[in-house]
Design a protein around this ligand. Structure first.
Ligand SMILES: [Zn+2]
Length: 272
């Protein structure tokens, strides 16, 4: 429990991700220290054969470490074995067969690239205006939701990580049609929206998505919610959890989604 809230972190990485900076053991120890109720590991899994990290993730070794952590910490912390899958439409089939043959508690779909170009890099932006750059990103996110492959929409508006530096201030109002369309798909598929606080520990001063965008989701009747820090190091675990939880509550999002064997449970955000 953190400041009266049921406390989860459903996007957390370890050395089982190529860019992780902690062991599963370290992340669990920190989670218990700060009073997390549930820790959801979400190691990166990529499918672009040209990506040098494409084969980095080792499912069997991951599950051995998860089981060891559960044996040690399981009486104090619910430990969920998830995965964060990089979504690009052209390898949708590969994602589908991977998920069918590997058991996880939850599967996050995240867009980091469009057509093999990392979002908002000079290469990506070269042939685009700011509007086109964001529009194409939101279209890719919409495709990821429509694929039906994922349990959670990962870090919506992650494009801002490099997009704000490239294109200046971001105003979600400029993309209301794209966002409302995407949210309609999200809501009809009952997929939770994640509020990811990485933008706060990355120095951007905003969450992914921004609170204005979360309010659009809530205004359309969005109800399902996930909370995450994208911690790659234990110091980032549950970063600004109370702030994210307060934002959600102020918009009428009162419950969290938690996952076991890809079955959703709903838990009140305010600890009872
Ligand atoms: Zn990600």
């Amino acid at each position: 429990m953190i400041e009266g809230f049921y406390a989860i972190d459903y996007q957390v990485h370890s050395f089982r991700s190529h860019d992780g900076k902690a062991s599963i053991e370290d992340q669990c120890a920190r989670a218990v220290d700060i009073g997390l109720d549930e820790l959801g590991f979400s190691e990166h899994k990529d499918f672009d054969p040209d990506d040098p990290e494409v084969d980095y993730f080792d499912y069997d070794a991951y599950m051995v470490e998860i089981e060891a952590a559960r044996a040690k910490w399981g009486d104090r912390l619910k430990i969920r074995a998830g995965v964060e899958i990089d979504y690009q439409k052209w390898f949708e089939d590969k994602i589908g067969s991977y998920i069918e043959s590997h058991a996880f508690d939850f599967v996050i779909g995240s867009v980091h690239y469009v057509d093999r170009k990392m979002l908002m890099t000079p290469e990506y932006n070269a042939d685009r205006t700011a509007h086109q750059a964001y529009h194409d990103y939101f279209k890719a996110v919409q495709d990821s939701i429509s694929s039906g492959l994922f349990d959670i929409l990962g870090h919506l508006e992650y494009a801002n990580r490099r997009g704000i530096a490239a294109w200046r201030a971001y105003n979600p109002e400029n993309y209301r049609p794209e966002l409302e369309s995407l949210f309609q798909t999200l809501i009809s598929s009952k997929t939770p929206l994640e509020i990811n606080t990485a933008g706060l520990h990355q120095g951007l001063g905003i969450t992914y998505p921004t609170s204005e965008t979360v309010s659009m989701y809530a205004a359309l009747g969005g109800h399902y919610l996930s909370l995450a820090s994208d911690a790659h190091h234990p110091d980032q675990l549950a970063h600004r959890y109370a702030q994210a939880a307060q934002t959600a509550l102020s918009l009428g999002l009162t419950h969290l989604c938690t996952w076991e064997n890809r079955v959703r449970l709903e838990v009140p955000l305010v600890a009872g």
